[in-house]
Design a protein around this ligand. Structure first.
Ligand code: IMP
Length: 438
């Protein structure tokens, strides 16, 4: 009898808030127990920032697993790839002595982010503070073209001159006219120059390009453990996030099957990553946002400035109504609580556990519809804070009592155990139960 592939030892790392939860650090931590690290969604809008031995690395397209030796890193079909940015990331890593060669695999089916996508993104967003506050990396227009079909370019198209010329000649005039209609002042698209540039880019990427669907299935059949590295986060999921203030991909775990070609239950373990507080970049409702000194203090202590755009992040108290919903959508089996050290020194810490609705009733159900969410008022539980620094603590039981109470409240409200607590950016500043897999 054929027992089929074993996915029970594969893991997904998924953000449970609006991104920037510290997924990069957890992926880096888990990479040693997995053989293959897979990106399945998003593009260069994501930014994973990790610190190893005091050195900070910021990655946007390449899985963080590239920093661990002997791991295969896969950029799967669900990612939209800006090939110029990908090459500069490869060059940047190599210049710091990180090996990038046959350990990086790029899907032939991934869609390409072209220069006109970023320009359209900028035109649609308008002036700073307008639109939905995208990263202006062309992510929405690239996914829209994927759905349009006739306007798309895939990685495999960069590898054949005739094919790429045919695509560019079909698309460029339409895009040029659209951009002018949107008020773009960018120079006209020069199809001939683009052809040569992107053929050159394709040539440099050729060694990485493969059919990652078969590759992943072959690796699983050979007993390899996969680690899915989610980009963006569940509340930015195009279907299940706070639409329209979302990104354009399925960044919950629901995006993994479509974004890789693997079947539904392809991760036996799903680690939901959350900060000990909440942040958001760009527009959209954020019930627990703090505009006063508490928000400012979280931003400065947590260094809450975007990895991709450098924008200051909006900051506020932990919203467990939102996290509980995201954990449900993404099927989190355990939680990782990041940046707990940022909360040290507050006299009191507030946590939203329910919302008050405009009609006076209350609910613990997150309404992902942005209009409804904009009208709720958080109902807080207030806990006493702790004054001791916790950056050097290595065991959860040694945390100050009030920090432990805080973690207990999270576990109780979300209904999911916490297996990782992070108290600083370095690999060593991570609390994992003794003898247990995180
Ligand atoms: P886009 O993905 O650039 O289209 O941006 C759509 C929304 O998602 C904006 O509010 C962005 O700030 C937000 N966003 C996209 N990716 C990330 C991320 O990795 N972290 C945080 N916010 C993100």
């Amino acid at each position: 009898m054929n027992h089929g592939p074993d996915f029970t030892r594969s893991t997904a790392v998924i953000g449970l808030q609006w991104g920037d939860e510290g997924k990069g650090k957890v992926v880096d931590l888990l990479a040693r127990d997995h053989d293959v690290i897979v990106r399945y969604n998003g593009g260069a809008n994501a930014g994973h920032s990790i610190v190893i031995g005091g050195e900070r690395y910021a990655l946007h397209l390449i899985p963080v697993g590239i920093l661990s030796a002997d791991r295969t890193c896969v950029i799967a079909n669900g990612v939209v790839v800006d090939p110029v940015k990908l090459l500069s990331e490869i060059d940047g890593l190599r210049s710091r002595g990180v090996e990038v060669g046959s350990n990086l695999r790029l899907s032939d089916r991934a869609h390409v982010v072209m220069p006109w996508h970023a320009e359209m993104d900028a035109c649609l967003e308008g002036s700073e503070g307008g639109g939905i506050g995208t990263t202006r990396r062309g992510i929405g227009p690239a996914y829209a073209d994927k759905a349009y079909r006739s306007m798309a370019i895939r990685v495999q198209d960069l590898l054949e001159r005739d094919r790429l010329r045919e695509r560019l000649e079909a698309i460029a005039p339409i895009r040029g006219a659209q951009l002018r209609a949107l008020g773009s002042t960018a120079p006209d698209i020069d199809t001939g120059a683009l052809l040569e540039t992107f053929l050159g880019v394709g040539e440099r990427l050729r060694p990485f390009v493969t059919d990652t669907v078969w590759l992943l299935h072959d690796l699983v059949r050979a007993g390899r453990r996969l680690l899915f590295e989610g980009a963006n986060a569940t509340l930015l999921d195009v279907d299940h996030g706070t639409y329209p203030f979302v990104t354009s991909s399925h960044c919950s775990t629901l995006g993994i099957p479509a974004g890789t070609g693997l079947p539904g239950a392809c991760a036996g373990r799903i680690i939901g990553i959350m900060k000990a507080y909440a942040t958001r970049v760009g527009g959209g409702p954020f019930p627990t946002e703090e505009h006063g000194p508490d928000g400012h203090r979280i931003r400065e202590r947590g260094r809450e400035y975007g990895t991709t755009t450098g924008r200051p992040r909006r900051c506020g108290w932990l919203d467990l109504v939102a996290v509980r919903y995201a954990a449900m959508i993404s099927g989190a089996t355990t939680l990782a609580v990041m940046l707990l050290d940022v909360l040290s020194g507050f006299d009191e810490i507030r946590v939203a556990t329910r919302y008050r609705l405009p009609d006076g009733s209350s609910t613990d159900r997150f309404p992902p519809d942005a209009r409804t969410l904009a009208r709720v008022t958080p109902i807080y539980e207030t806990l006493p804070g702790w004054s001791e620094p916790i950056e050097s603590i290595t065991d959860r039981p040694r945390l100050p009592e009030n920090a432990r109470r805080y973690l207990d409240l999270i576990e109780r409200t979300v209904g999911t155990p916490i297996t990782i607590v992070s108290v600083g950016p370095d690999r060593r500043q991570t609390l994992v139960p003794a003898g247990a897999a995180p």
